[in-house]
Ligand binder design. Structure first.
Ligand code: AHG
Ligand code: MN
Ligand code: MN
Length: 361
């Protein structure tokens, strides 16, 4: 047997102890994010590189949260003079959050490329993209129109592992369907900071314990309740909705006397991260459908870094996610900043909406 000595022996021992030992809970029965990921490694063989990347993303999210919490004192509220590739004015914090994601994702040697709402094109971090390399897609700050209002915002990310080397390092090369995601997550910067992650083994939610720098497991195995009495849609767009959405909302509004036979509640935060977090917590359905006003763009929300990661999370939690006539994750992407209709949440409601879309065909 090969005998290792010196630093290598120590490293080998540490590797065995660190990765093989069942993590011990040290924070009042809450696993830290790292302890939880070590369990995932032991149970499902989650890649160590993915775990390191997720820790770097968690650091980016903690830093963004810290900067947002400084509010008006940090001099970071307000717009820049720039617009992103989609013609939207960039906020100071959009740019800061994007920098944080880029900085921390670049730490992982397996990350070949970054795709961001705030970047016109793919940023390549390697000269070659090999099988096993990661592409990270992110919306560094979601809901940024809420920043000045001190209303919740968030960050969204999605990770794809390449099955084959890429022949060319072009924007087209990273147009990969959502079914290929190996991980997705978001951080919600609300009254507390949450981190919610799936690696395809269910959905787990962590809360940042202020002062310790740790995300602790507070919401294990999050599940979307199958039925609900709550929906979320920007009702100011009603004139533009197509028939299936008009019918669904009208039936909800009729309450106990209507065909649904129950009263519905409505919420609209204008931060998809906050809407998805509410749905994971108490159920509901979120709609930002393709309508007659946004149809030329394909919808409002972006497929690769908004719709796909949220669809993966919602499906992993037992819910459903569609474009209004088909599963979001089955969409074959055609451009980097492609937009789609988004309907996601409790399975019974999404199924009902899909049946209305099918009837309207
Ligand atoms: P972003 O701030 O990243 O551009 O995304 C905002 C999105 C989404 O979070 C939300 O559901 C939607 O835009 C809100 O749109 P309206 O302003 O049309 O309500
Ligand atoms: Mn967004
Ligand atoms: Mn954004």
């Amino acid at each position: 047997m090969t005998r290792l000595s010196g630093w290598f022996a120590a490293a080998d021992r540490i590797d065995k102890i660190y990765w093989q030992r069942d993590p011990v809970m040290t924070n009042d029965n809450h696993l830290t994010f790292r302890q939880f990921m070590l369990r995932e490694y032991r149970a499902h063989g989650t890649s160590k590189d993915l775990i390191f990347l997720l820790e770097d993303i968690a650091t980016a999210c903690r830093t963004i949260s810290h900067k947002i919490r400084s509010g008006a004192f940090a001099g970071t509220l307000g717009a820049t003079d720039d617009t992103n590739v989609q013609g939207e004015t960039q906020k100071e914090l959009d740019v800061i959050a994007n920098d944080q994601f880029m900085l921390h994702c670049a730490n992982c040697s397996r990350v070949a490329a970054l795709v961001s709402e705030e970047l016109d094109n793919v940023v390549w971090l390697k000269d070659k993209a090999e099988a096993g390399d990661y592409i990270v897609y992110f919306d560094p700050l979601d809901g940024s129109s809420n920043l000045e209002l001190n209303i919740s915002v968030g960050s969204i990310f999605s990770i794809v592992e390449l099955k084959e080397p890429l022949a060319e390092l072009t924007d087209e090369a990273v147009l990969i369907a959502g079914t290929e995601q190996i991980c997705a997550g978001y951080s919600l910067f609300g009254p507390s900071t949450s981190l919610v992650v799936t690696t395809g083994q269910g959905v787990n939610g962590f809360t940042h314990l202020n002062g310790t720098g740790e995300f602790l497991l507070t919401f294990p195995d999050m599940m979307v309740p199958a039925s609900t009495q709550e929906y979320a849609i920007n009702a100011s767009r009603q004139n533009y909705w197509d028939a299936p959405v008009q019918r669904y909302v009208s039936e909800c509004l009729q309450g106990s006397e209507g065909p649904r036979g129950k009263k519905f509640n409505m919420r609209w935060v204008a931060s998809m991260v906050a809407e998805v977090h509410r749905i994971l917590t108490r159920g509901g359905v979120f709609m930002y459908p393709k309508d007659s006003d946004n149809a030329a763009m394909g919808g409002r929300l972006r497929l690769l870094y908004e719709a796909n990661p949220m669809a993966f999370i919602i499906e992993q939690a037992g819910g459903k996610a569609t474009i209004g006539g088909g599963r979001i994750m089955d969409v074959d992407p055609s451009s980097l900043h492609q937009r789609v209709g988004v309907i996601l949440g409790s399975a019974e409601e999404v199924d009902l909406l899909e049946s209305y879309y099918a009837e309207a065909q």
